[in-house]
Write a protein that binds this ligand. Structure first.
Ligand code: NAG
Ligand code: NAG
Ligand code: NAG
Ligand code: NAG
Length: 336
């Protein structure tokens, strides 16, 4: 078994063993996606991770202030908004629209890991952030998550929310996310490039441990030792997006997207982890974008020896601290 796989399986086990032993007989179970969810034949959905929440706050350590807002009450699209300690209406600052990860099934803008991550980013970066609660699968199967995210992104450009109106420099809007949140962020940037109404403009795109896949394996994705992780990846997509056209759908395999060169962002920062099975997808993305007719600048940073989504999951490690610094300087690059 490769080191990558054994670490990943360890992650799955440590996430699931303690919670998933239930008194249900296997004949009651429709499907299981370890470590995220179990769905029963009677319709009950059980989430094993990502259900903890923390309230918005004035963070004692960083002075970053947050509050929860409603973007669309009918659809229940909400967000957590952040402003840095010294926000001042006479000095407009960039905006980050952020999409959290965790398999499309779990977590939210209020989960402790994402709340802490955004507090840390805003302690370093002088930006306003909107961390979006798109609706989750399987109750709301994709493309609902993409549609919600698009509505949220369009909303920020037209809303009356005072923190956004008073502080944001609309010429400097960024989108970003981790894991499947990076998948969403990328797909939002493609949509911006294709959007003929022209209401949304992006300066940059930050993709942390991006979650892409495809029929053709990259590196050792289909080695015998990776079979369990590969099956999990594919199971995520089958159940999160039952109507997906297949593993080479452009939403999932941007290298095969004829519209990739239309990506509506001037610059992209891709962050990959050395021990993440998705690592190869990050390098492939960078290459596909560089080889396309897209005219922006793409950079990639690899954190050696790290696992999937280390920057959010293990925030106190030196590599995670460096990720936050790099993310922050990407957001404030060129600011006078
Ligand atoms: C559905 O089935 C599971 C497992 O048998 C059980 O724990 C749960 O209570 C059931 N839910 C409903 C609404 O019947
Ligand atoms: C609205 O979404 C939140 C998560 O963002 C969820 O906790 C809540 O239950 C949802 N409300 C309804 C009425 O579906
Ligand atoms: C899949 O597509 C069909 C046909 O457009 C639609 O009726 C169905 O609701 C879709 N299923 C999901 C889960 O979105
Ligand atoms: C590419 O963009 C065009 C609109 O400009 C759209 O009609 C088409 O469906 C897109 N192709 C894919 C594969 O998404």
């Amino acid at each position: 078994m490769s080191k990558t796989t054994s670490l990943f399986i360890l992650f799955l086990l440590s996430h699931s063993l303690s919670t998933s032993i239930l008194t249900a007989s296997s004949s009651d179970i429709l499907y299981d996606i370890n470590p995220f969810i179990r769905v029963y034949k009677n319709g009950t959905i059980q989430r094993f991770i990502g259900t903890d929440i923390v309230p918005p706050s004035i963070d004692a350590k960083t002075g970053v202030q947050s509050k929860d807002i409603i973007i669309n009450p009918q659809l229940n699209i909400t967000a957590r908004l952040y402003v840095p300690k010294d926000a001042n209406p006479s000095f407009k600052i960039p905006l980050l629209v952020y999409f959290h990860g965790d398999g499309f099934f779990t977590e939210s803008a209020s989960s402790p890991s994402h709340h802490n991550h955004l507090n840390s980013v805003l302690a370093e970066a002088n930006v306003v952030a909107v961390s979006v609660n798109y609706r989750l699968a399987p109750e709301y199967p994709l493309p609902i998550g993409y549609q919600d995210s698009w509505l949220a992104l369009k909303w920020v450009f037209s809303c009356d929310e005072p923190w956004i109106k008073n502080y944001v420099a609309f010429g400097r809007v960024y989108v970003g996310g981790d894991s499947v949140g990076a998948n969403i962020a990328h797909n939002m940037a493609v949509r911006v490039g294709l959007d003929e109404t022209g209401g949304v403009l992006l300066n940059g795109l930050f993709l942390n441990c991006l979650h892409f896949w495809g029929k053709m394996p990259i590196g050792n994705e289909d080695s015998d030792s990776n079979i369990q992780v590969k099956n999990m990846m594919e199971s995520i997509w089958i159940h999160a997006y039952p109507n997906l056209t297949g593993l080479d759908d452009p939403l999932l395999n941007p290298g095969l997207d004829p519209n990739l060169s239309r990506l509506g962002s001037k610059k992209v920062l891709v962050y990959v982890a050395g021990n993440d099975i998705l690592n190869g997808r990050g390098w492939y993305y960078k290459e596909a974008l560089s080889n396309s007719k897209w005219s922006g600048v793409v950079k990639i940073v690899q954190a050696q020896g790290e696992e999937h989504d280390f920057g959010v999951r293990f925030p106190n490690t030196p590599n995670a601290i460096e990720l936050v610094k790099n993310f922050a300087s990407f957001l404030n690059e060129g600011q006078v």
